[in-house]
Structures are given as C-alpha cells and as structure tokens.
Design a protein around this ligand. Sequence first.
Ligand code: FAD
Length: 412
Amino acid sequence: MGERCIIVGAGHAGSQAAVSLRQEGYAGEIVLVSDETDIPYHKPPLSKAYLKSPDAGGLVLRPEAVYRDNSIQLLLGVRVSAIRIDDRKLALGDGREIEWTDLVLATGARARIPYLPGVALEHVVTLRSMADARRIRDMMPGVQNVVIVGGGFIGMEMAHSCSMLGKKVTLIEAAPRVLGRSVSEVVSTHAKARSRAAGIDIFTGVQVAAFEEEGGRVAAVRTADGRRFEADMVVLGIGAVPNVELATEAGLAVDNGIVVDSHMRSSVPHIYAIGDCASYDHHHAERRVRLESVQNATDQARHVARSIVGCADAYREVAWFWSDQGDMKLQTAGLSFDADRHVISGNSEDNAFSVYHFQGSRLLAVDSVNRPADHMIARRLFAAGISPTDADIAAGPQHLKQLAAEKSLAPA
Ligand code: FAD
C-alpha cells in the first residue's frame, strides 16, 4: 500500500484537514470517515438561524464535488470502532478494516448529560449535530414552555432562538453567572440583563434536581431549592465532553482531550489530533487548553496538513470565537484565564462595548459586544504581539489599529 491518511470525524476540523492536505500537495489517498450521515456542515447556525428558518441547504461546508474533485474518499455513516497501532489498521463498525500510514483524529465532542432523575424522558434534548437540530425543529410546533438547563453559549443562543419563535423560555444556570466559562463578568451581567429584557426568565445559582414526566414525556423541571418550572421541552446545555475513547483505548496520552504538541502530533508517531477533541499547550495562555470553536478546529486542521507534509512550524494561531444572542454579537479574541484587571471601552447602555483583559500590562483577551471592529483589531494586536496601554485604549479603535499596523510593518 502507498501513503494513506485517514481522518476520523468529518466536522469543521476533519473536513478542512482533508481539503488542506490536498492543497499542501499530499499525494497519497485521503479517507474521511464520519459516523454521521449528513455531508459535513456548519454547526454554529444550528442553535441560531436554523431553528428560525430551517433551510439546511446553505449549511454544507463544501459541496460534495469538492471531495470528489480532490480525490477525498468520504465514508458517511461509518463509525470507527478501534485503532490498531502495531499493524496500523482501523476497525470500522461495519466489520471492515483499513490500513493507514497517517491518522488524524478529529472526533470532536459530545453533549454532557447530567445524572438526574428523568433525564432520559422524551423531549429532554441536547444539541450537537444536524440530526439533533432536526429533531428539535420537528418538536417546536407542539412546544410552548421551554426550559434550558445551562447558561453557556449554546444554552443562551437556544434561549434567544426559542424566545424569538414565541416560546416561553426559562433558563436555569447552576453557577453564579451565565457564560461564566467564556467571557468576563461584565459581559455576563450585560448578557443576562439584555436576555431578561428580551423576555427570557434567567435563574443563576440554581441547581436542577429532576425532570418530571406526564403522558410519556417531560412535563416539568424541579430545582434543588424546591421550585417547579413547567416544560414541554428541556434543552440540556451544560457543556461538552471530548470524544477520546478511541485514543484512550489505543493507549494515546489523554488529558482533557487527546494530548498533542505544537504540530498536532499525539504521543504515538503518525497519529495526530485536532479540534474539539485535542488538548495542547497554548503559546499565549501558557497552559494546556482544549478549545471548542470553529477557528480552533479550522486552523488546527490547516496546521496538521502542513505537519503531515513535513512543515516544521509550531502552531501559534490567535484563539477567537463568537456567539449571537438576540441583538448581541459577542466576540472574544485571546484567552483570559489569568487576567487580574480589565479596561472597558464603550458603554453597556449602548449595547456596544469591549472589555480588555490584562495580566499586569500584558493583554490576554478582548471580549466585544456589538463592536466587530474592536474584535478584528484585537486579533491583529495579538498577532503582532502588542499589549496596548490604558491610554492607547482610551485613544480609540483607530489608534489601536494604527499600533497594530505599525508593528506588522516594522522590520523584524
Ligand atoms: P465536531 O464538529 O464535533 O465533529 C466531530 C465529528 O466526528 C462528528 O461528526 C462526530 O460524530 C464524528 N465522530 C466522532 N467519533 C467518531 C468515530 N469513532 N467514528 C466516526 N466519526 C466519529 N463555535 C464557534 O466558534 N462559534 C459558534 O457560534 C458556535 N456555535 C455552535 C453551535 C452549536 C449548536 C454547536 C454544537 C457548536 C458550536 N460551536 C461554535 C462550536 C464548533 O461548532 C465546534 O468547536 C466545532 O464544530 C468543532 O469541530 P470538530 O470537527 O473538532 O468537531
């Protein structure tokens, strides 16, 4: 057998890796295996536009012809059940085995399910795939009261989407604030207030205790503090767990994700991991992270393609992500784990502001609400390695833009 790269998982990461491999000149066979039956599609619209105008036509990541024209073999509806390292083979769920010379794990993550009474009832749903979104869309006409469990990105987005569809929406978050794992307290407070003003009931610091049944499906959510919320649909949005079982069983190192180095190489030669399932030492955050964003999946996919064809550069892309919630476009550039102070530019009353997070004088992250220009400039500042001063931020976006441009043009 000649060279054959098999990519397991055809989400944003897997699909991009296949195409990038060809673009980088990989001449061997490329096989892209997905346990889903849908051709690879965009995930972000599933919790946003898709439920409101369910035209799935525009969701495909790339037309089927792109795979065909690039000689990428797309195996849909096929699950990989084991990785054999000694003879470099994959076992497929349908009983077949295929050999690989390079293997990319792009297995993503799955919705976390809480261990609570009634969690398996009908109309208690999670949203991770196109199939989930279809199921939820089909339920919608018969639903009036929606309870969302979890105030992360997907929970908040679903709350707004359901509210815009005219449903009565209650969101219950166990932590003291919504979006607590993703954005600063200032943005959390703003998002909560704005969402409440849009008619969404939000309860923070409240634990869900059980789901009640009536007529064979969920009818209410009970909380630990004794409250009861009627529900004819419950959306669980309490985070995702990485799909690492294949890697673990094959003996690869796993630490909240398949451990990879700055070339996306796992602990076993010729096996790589990218996207939501991979954890790596982030050069700017200076810690091991596992990120769940389209940018991370796509950039790591491009990077793994370069690694496989022999390029030695280390992965150093700026992390960024976004979320659309009602009339708020939230965007974050960088990672704010170790921030010890922040500077605000703009005004939350205008529903348009940015929060610059620093560790001392070092810029770590910028959260923006309806300030897309700030977000783009922040990405340029990070790429150029610039930390603005408080005075630079006060001088406004034009000044920051110029700062980033001057540094990028300066001789190395
Ligand atoms: P995935 O997209 O999860 O793809 C992994 C694929 O591998 C899946 O199809 C899975 O079924 C398959 N697979 C797993 N195991 C196997 C196996 N053994 N055999 C075969 N196939 C297997 N990010 C943003 O930046 N902005 C957003 O606004 C945003 N919105 C989102 C909204 C929703 C509803 C969801 C679910 C996610 C959203 N994200 C958003 C996150 C973003 O979509 C993910 O970070 C991204 O899809 C990760 O891509 P991935 O390819 O690593 O994983």
